[in-house]
Design a protein around this ligand. Structure first.
Ligand code: 6PG
Length: 231
């Protein structure tokens, strides 16, 4: 696992953009297309705004989502809405290449439909993920068990509202050609220490164990004490 603490949240956002550009260049050169899974939440928004300012993207880029909240499609709290407003709406990626999770249909129906949408796209080239204060990634929360054979899962009773969500499952996230976890803010310190120092069995730790190509970008707020990267 490649562990980087490049500085403040702005430095982390710039590093996220550099990761995306490098992954896109390699994917297009090797396979003629780039599949990028976007993280939800607020952490990646700085990077999405930078990508928008750079007019990043192309007609051979394809966008997917690591998870989605079961809210109306145009709801401001939808991860797809946040990414569209920060980057995609004014970007150079064709709308047909933006593969939204139809979470407005309800978690179970949307998970089934997204499973079909993913066909032919695995493994993804790059998966971006945030991390919650409890160590969750995407909508995979501590203590919630999912069928490891299911590429996409319906989530109910999520501790982070809304309770109903859809999430890519751990094997799909970990199986990507590259996986980048982005963590910023002092509120994440406890989870980072639980993971790194106490080796707690958190979803982010399970991802790190399962992924062959995982990088972690942490800002100085969340990094807190100088930490040895895990062995
Ligand atoms: C969501 C996200 C979730 C998020 C983390 C971190 O739907 O909320 O997918 O997994 O990435 O909770 O959220 P912040 O970046 O807002 O701290």
């Amino acid at each position: 696992m490649n562990w980087q603490c490049p500085g403040d949240a702005d430095a982390v956002a710039a590093a996220v953009v550099a990761h995306i550009e490098a992954a896109a260049k390699e994917a297009v050169a090797r396979r003629g297309r780039f599949s990028l899974v976007l993280a939800g939440g607020t952490t990646p928004l700085k990077a999405y705004h930078l990508l928008s300012q750079m007019s990043a993207g192309a007609d051979n880029w394809h966008i997917f989502y690591g998870d989605e909240r079961c809210l109306p499609a145009d709801h401001a709290e939808r991860n797809s809405r946040a990414a569209a407003e920060a980057w995609l709406d004014g970007g150079r990626i064709p709308k047909a290449n933006i593969h939204i999770i139809p979470a407005e249909r309800g978690a179970d129906a949307a998970a089934q439909q997204y499973t079909q949408i993913l066909e032919g796209w695995l493994p993804f080239d790059l998966v971006l993920l945030g991390m919650g204060e409890d160590g969750h990634v995407a909508s995979l929360f501590p203590g919630q068990v999912h069928d490891p054979k299911a590429p996409v899962v319906a989530v109910h009773d999520a501790p982070k509202p809304p309770p109903d969500r859809v999430s890519l499952n751990l094997p799909v996230l970990a199986g990507a050609r590259a996986c980048l976890v982005v963590i910023t803010g002092a509120a994440k310190r406890t989870a980072v220490e639980a993971w790194q120092v106490r080796h707690a069995d958190l979803p982010v730790a399970r991802l790190a164990k399962a992924a062959d190509h995982l990088s972690v970008l942490v800002d100085k707020e969340a990094c807190h004490a100088p930490m040895r990267p895990p062995v």
